[in-house]
Write a new protein. Structure first.
Length: 132
């Protein structure tokens, strides 16, 4: 078993006892990302749309540190208000193309730092996606 911790300064630092992502063989398990600006470690300003975009940017940064964003096969979306799910769908279409990853959307009472959205993902790396 090959186990590697994935880290990038282009995504928010872990704010607890976890890693941004962990690669085990060809699979990368990405920790949940909330809409933190990696430079300030503060929530991005703006509406739910701004928060969703930042979360996708953070996930993309971690994914690119491990391989290719297109290698994401499973995405979990946590929302404090499920009525915002159509906005997730709309924005997701600008970050992913078909075939889209499998996905779950879960309504939650609260998220860290008062965020309205959090996402985590699983990647299955193709051999050409392995970092050098």
């Amino acid at each position: 078993m090959i186990k590697e911790i994935i880290y990038t300064p282009n995504a928010p630092q872990a704010i607890g006892t976890y890693s941004q992502a962990v690669r085990v063989n060809n699979t990368v398990y990405m920790s949940g990302q909330i809409p933190l600006d990696p430079a300030t470690m503060n929530l991005v300003e703006g509406d739910i749309q701004a928060q969703i975009i930042q979360v996708f940017k953070n996930l993309r940064a971690v994914a690119e540190a491990a391989g290719d964003f297109a290698d994401i096969v499973k995405l979990n979306v946590f929302l404090t208000d499920l009525t915002n799910f159509p906005i997730v769908n709309e924005i997701m279409g600008s970050f992913f193309s078909a075939p889209f990853p499998a996905r779950a959307a879960i309504g939650v009472a609260a998220l860290p730092k008062g965020a309205q959205v959090e996402m985590d993902a699983i990647m299955e790396l193709r051999p050409q996606s392995y970092p050098a």
